[in-house]
Design a protein. Structure first.
Length: 207
């Protein structure tokens, strides 16, 4: 894995939020899916980590966003964690995966990845985490990859084009969307391995 992506470990992240402004709107859910590599160099989905997040003090809660994702931020059964604790829950297994894969840093994989990274970075800044395991601006965006591989950019349509199951009732939860995104990412990378093995075999770690 360390040589496949130049020392970076792809980790799929999906967030559910109370709006589009990472600095003002609440972060409500975060899910991470670890990516693993088998002995043949093919990627596969690993462990999923998901946490519900308490809105930070003064956070904006856009009613339209909440209606879209169906989240009640104040529901007692959410068992939501403060942002600092929530990020630790996500980051700890990512750091362990980095160590095991001998990679230097995680790189966020997401569908419209900049959106997810902006919310992660904003939360990191709010709680003062010094060691963010993710690259601060580089991402792998499955919107672009799916456009290339399947001619689709919407997550649901991309999944169907890749012959994956899609549940409209489970969609827009962070864990489900992250797992579907992870499956798509693995499929596309594995297609490249299948159709251009000589190029993949020539990849060398260039730090």
């Amino acid at each position: 894995m360390s040589s496949r992506f130049r020392g970076y470990l792809p980790v799929v992240i999906d967030v559910e939020t109370a709006g589009f402004d990472a600095k003002k709107d609440a972060l409500l859910e975060v899910a991470a899916v670890l990516i693993e590599m088998d002995n043949d160099g093919k990627l596969q989905r690993g462990k999923t980590i998901q946490v519900n997040v308490e809105p930070f003090l003064g956070a904006n809660l856009n009613p339209e966003a909440l209606a879209f994702n169906g989240i009640n931020p104040h529901h007692p059964f959410r068992m939501a964690k403060p942002e600092d604790e929530a990020l630790k829950i996500i980051f700890q297994p990512v750091r362990q995966a980095l160590k095991e894969a001998q990679c230097k840093r995680a790189i966020l994989v997401g569908h419209n990845a900049a959106f997810d990274l902006n919310f992660i970075n904003a939360a990191v800044d709010r709680v003062g985490i010094k060691r963010n395991p993710f690259h601060p601006f580089s991402t792998f965006d499955t919107v672009s990859l799916c456009g290339l591989a399947y001619g689709q950019t919407v997550l649901a349509k991309s999944a169907k084009a890749a012959n994956m199951e899609w549940s409209t009732t489970e969609a827009h939860s962070a864990a489900y969307d992250a797992e579907q995104t992870a499956t798509l990412f693995c499929k596309i990378v594995n297609l490249w391995l299948e159709h251009a093995p000589e190029l993949v075999s020539d990849i060398k770690l260039d730090l």
